[in-house]
Write a protein that binds this ligand. Structure first.
Ligand code: FUB
Length: 330
């Protein structure tokens, strides 16, 4: 499958349907001399572009709307503009992004625009109470909005085991809890305030249950535990929380009845691709479902130079995500 975007390196695609088109909000990967490490220092991105297309099948040209936000414009940011997302509410578009603050701690910021392609004006401070990486914002049918976030190792989620307000520096780096019977750390969710620029209430931990035990997935279960790259979509009234397993390189999903969870592990959506990271979004467009993701084929395997791709996905009669269109017998 050919990359969708080839004029620059892009990763972590968050796709949305706005104004009848697909808009893609990716990270903008760039060349660097920083060597690969498990803290992710080589992902040294400094700006965001927005892309759009009118059709995925048949494919239409993908328009690069250019730089919509950059490090120098954001007063609180020191470096590393990682995986963004976008949302629409009350006539405004919101670009959410994680970055390191001047103390080197990841926070999540918001920038506001009038059009889906930007430009976006950043708030001068990060969202109060935000931390870690990979924001994914989901606006439910009743207009309530939620942000899912978090990422292990370089993403610093493991630094908050003592509470949302306590950054434990001893856990920095490629570390996470482990041990027999220890539950995996969950991603986080917060309801968004009506202005979409702050959290409305507490940050909660999301629980992902193992179907065979009905208990939280364990920390040592690296094939299924949450690592990073949260996404939420709704299919036939059920909430599908999807994510990357990081060091085992799967994209998985879990299904629940509430945007807060709990979610029960449902399976894999994508097997490992070329490159260490895997990250995605799921969107319905023109009556079909699409998985946006990235790999390193265009850069011939350079981990920090990724390219966005898209493939169609399907649901079977039980609501499981499958990669081939199920045969209908009736
Ligand atoms: O692009 C930088 C980081 O790599 C993202 O925040 C993670 O999800 C992983 O894709």
């Amino acid at each position: 499958m050919a990359p969708l975007i080839t004029n620059i390196y892009t990763a972590d695609p968050s796709a949305h349907v706005f104004e009848g088109k697909i808009y893609i909000y990716p990270s903008h990967d760039r060349e660097t001399d920083i060597q690969f490490n498990d803290n992710g220092d080589q992902y040294d991105m400094a700006d965001y572009h927005v892309f759009s297309t009118e059709s995925l099948d048949p494919p239409a040209p993908v328009v690069d709307h250019g730089v919509v936000l950059k490090t120098e414009d954001i007063p609180w940011v020191s470096k590393q503009l990682w995986a963004p997302d976008a949302a629409y509410k009350h006539g405004k578009y919101y670009l959410y992004f994680p970055a390191r603050d001047k103390q080197g701690i990841f926070r999540i910021g918001v920038a506001v625009g009038d059009r889906p392609q930007g430009p976006f004006v950043p708030d001068p401070e990060p969202i109060r109470g935000s931390y870690s990486i990979d924001p994914a914002t989901f606006v439910d049918d009743d207009g309530s909005a939620y942000m899912y976030f978090g990422g292990l190792w370089g993403g610093q989620l493991q630094c908050y085991q003592r509470g949302n307000d306590v950054f434990d520096a001893a856990w920095q780096g490629p570390k996470e809890p482990s041990g027999e019977g220890v539950a995996a750390l969950g991603p986080r969710v917060a309801k968004m305030a009506d202005d979409m620029r702050q959290f409305d209430g507490e940050v909660r931990e999301v629980v992902i249950l193992a179907p065979e035990t009905g208990k939280p997935i364990l920390a040592d279960d690296h094939d299924r535990r949450f690592f990073e790259a949260a996404w939420m979509h709704k299919y036939r009234g059920k909430y599908y929380f999807s994510y990357s397993t990081g060091d085992t390189h799967y994209l998985c999903y879990a299904i629940g009845d509430s945007p807060y969870g709990p979610f029960t592990y449902g399976g894999r959506m994508l097997e490992p691709v070329l490159g260490w990271t895997t990250h995605h979004s799921v969107v319905e467009f023109q009556g079909r479902w699409w998985l946006f993701h990235h790999d390193c084929e265009l850069s011939k395997g350079v981990d920090h130079l990724r390219s966005v791709k898209v493939k169609e996905i399907f649901y079977d009669a039980d609501g499981k995500i499958v990669s081939e269109k199920p045969q209908r017998t009736s």
